[in-house]
Design a protein around this ligand. Structure first.
Ligand code: NAG
Ligand code: NAG
Length: 312
């Protein structure tokens, strides 16, 4: 169950160069030993606040959020009220959907994802309000038309109902365009000593078998405003390249990898390739030349496989 939630939490890939504030609200029914309602707030992909229906209190997950809630108990109360309201609304929504879709029993999960992004170089702000049901996209708010987009037939009844709900549309618009960006800027300022730090990763080349793609793996970087790609003769490659998602490490840093399929490359040409890691705010990129001698392999040795599986 925990895995399921974590999976959904990280299905949105961070955009390099942008700051973000994201909220995930998960309401479930029929899941044993798990709170009916869990809310998480992330600033630049770092968990900053947490609430669940068992504790019924908002908890700061970082030093700066704890201090913020101490200094501004009204802000904490605002979150508590909002969570209580969502918990009630979303529980009711599950009941409505179960009835509409003729689902009598089993596990059901309703998720709200509200977020905004801010590009501190261009000043551009974007925001999203989306819902998911049972792990699939359910409805997404379209700020241009002030209506809801239903990717699946099962959401159409709800879409028509929500489209007529002016108050919901106004709340969603206000959240996306005003509240979320304001909160984000405030949090980035309050938490700047930790949120705006930069940590460079260690980068290594890994290969599972002699015919597998070569994986360029970076671990230990912060923030997620990072990019990694393969270059040939100085030009970024798009073909035969596979980007893996950015994942969190336990220590607050992140990792990612990008795989290059070399099956049609002759050994003489290997030296023309290199892996580049770019981190927003860092002075230099980390460039790793493709070289058989530095690839950490799996065959004939032990250790790396355990490492790889820990990450997957
Ligand atoms: C709802 O489920 C019941 C029992 O499984 C079934 O008999 C009925 O036909 C279903 N109704 C709809 C509208 O799918
Ligand atoms: C690598 O590319 C070759 C040929 O282009 C293809 O047959 C093979 O399936 C690819 N390997 C992977 C792991 O994608």
């Amino acid at each position: 169950m925990k895995d399921f939630i974590v999976l959904l939490l990280f299905c949105h890939v961070a955009s390099p160069g942008k700051h973000s504030l994201k909220y995930f609200f998960t309401t479930s029914s029929g899941v044993k030993n798990f709170p009916d309602y869990v809310a998480v707030g992330l600033v630049d992909e770092v968990p900053a606040g947490y609430y669940d229906s068992i504790s019924k209190t908002v908890e700061g997950k970082q030093d700066w959020t704890q201090k913020m809630f101490e200094d501004d108990p009204q802000h904490m109360e605002w979150y508590t009220q909002r969570c209580l309201l969502h918990q009630y609304d979303d529980k009711a929504q599950i009941d409505i959907l179960k009835q509409q879709l003729n689902q009598t029993e089993g596990v059901h999960i309703f998720q709200r994802m509200s977020s905004c992004e801010w590009d501190d170089e261009t000043g551009e702000v974007n925001g999203f309000v989306q819902y998911g049901y049972d792990g699939e996209d359910f409805l997404a708010f379209d700020l241009k038309t002030l209506t809801w987009i239903a990717p699946k037939q099962q959401a159409v009844i709800t879409k028509h109902k929500w489209d007529r709900d002016r108050a919901l549309s106004e709340r969603s618009t206000y959240f996306i365009t005003q509240q979320c960006p304001q909160f984000m800027k405030r949090y980035l300022d309050l938490g700047k000593s930790s949120l705006l730090r930069t940590e460079l990763p260690s980068v290594s080349l890994l290969q599972k078998t002699p015919s597998s793609p070569v994986s360029c793996h970076a671990t230990g970087f912060y923030p997620t405003r990072a990019m990694m790609f393969w270059r040939k003769d100085g030009e970024e490659l798009y073909e035969d390249v596979e980007h893996e998602e950015i994942l969190p490490n336990h220590d607050g840093s992140f990792q990612m990898s990008v795989d290059l399929n070399l099956s049609s490359v002759t050994p003489e040409d290997w030296r023309r390739y290199e892996c580049v890691f770019y981190l927003s705010g860092a002075k230099n990129d980390i460039v790793t030349k493709l070289d058989k001698a530095v690839i950490r392999t799996n065959w004939g040795k032990t250790g790396i496989l355990t490492l790889l599986c820990f990450f997957c």
